[in-house]
Design a protein around this ligand. Structure first.
Ligand code: ZN
Ligand code: FE
Length: 255
């Protein structure tokens, strides 16, 4: 039960991912920001598209879908809670529901916050989670629809996955996320090392997505709101974890 995963840059700074189940050759796509780079990647690999997994309703994650549906007729999977805003779904799923790409089993985690009805796709046997605009490399999505409480609960679920899980998020925002992270967690040596690595990668045009959950736990300020040093850093000592998360999110919004 192994997945070959291909990262596809789309639009200005989005990522889509192709997942091919090695046993059966079944191929799934996570998000469809635009069709051309995805069609091109499928052609280059000689793959067909069997399924599309949609994380949330925003245009930069679904706009490429109609052309892919027309060409490949994939099964389209998304959140039942958001079925009225998503493109037509063939399979609408809730948190905890399972689905399969060939023989690779995935399950749904509700990660509402950026939008209500945002889901992540976790493949435990492949050590992979597709988080789009919930947990991002060194950041998290803006709270367009949900509350800080919702996003903190969503991030806490992702934080509880095995630390060697690979996190496939939806955007190349990592360099600017690193600049901000250093302002709230300047004494974090793992963060300083990661920021330097990010600068080096971006100067060569190398993606910083995916990342590992272990690295996110060590350096992503939005996953670290429960730690005493973060409470001190944001100047809300004695505050709850959610209050610290809220303060960090507000600082980032105004950064
Ligand atoms: Zn979004
Ligand atoms: Fe997005």
């Amino acid at each position: 039960m192994t997945l070959e995963i291909v990262t596809i840059p789309c639009l200005a700074d989005n990522y889509a991912f192709l997942l091919r189940d090695q046993e059966t050759g079944k191929v799934a796509l996570v998000d469809a920001p635009e069709s051309y780079p995805i069609q091109k990647a499928l052609q280059d690999k000689g793959w067909k598209l069997d399924m599309v997994l949609l994380t949330h309703h925003h245009n930069d994650h679904v706009d490429g879908l109609p052309e892919l549906v027309e060409e490949y007729h994939p099964q389209v999977i998304g959140a039942k809670a958001d079925a009225n805003r998503l493109p037509p779904l063939d399979l609408a799923l809730n948190e905890g529901d399972t689905f399969t790409v060939g023989e690779s089993e995935g399950y749904i985690i509700d990660v509402s916050g950026h939008t209500i009805g945002h889901i992540a796709f976790h493949f435990p046997y492949a050590n992979a989670v597709f988080t789009a605009d919930s947990l991002m490399a060194l950041g998290c999505g803006r709270l367009f629809e949900g509350t800080p409480e919702m996003m903190w609960a969503s991030l806490s679920k992702l934080a509880a996955l095995p630390t060697d899980t690979i996190v496939y998020s939806g955007h190349e925002y990592t360099a600017s996320n690193a600049k901000f992270a250093l302002t709230v967690d300047p004494g974090n040596s793992a963060l300083k090392a990661r920021a330097a690595d990010i600068t080096a990668r971006r100067s060569k045009g190398i993606p910083t997505v995916p990342s590992t959950l272990a690295d996110e736990l060590a350096t992503n300020p939005f996953l670290r709101a429960h730690l005493p040093e973060m409470k001190t850093a944001v100047g809300v000592e004695g505050a709850t974890d959610v209050e610290v998360f809220t303060a960090i999110r507000k600082q980032k919004d105004n950064y």
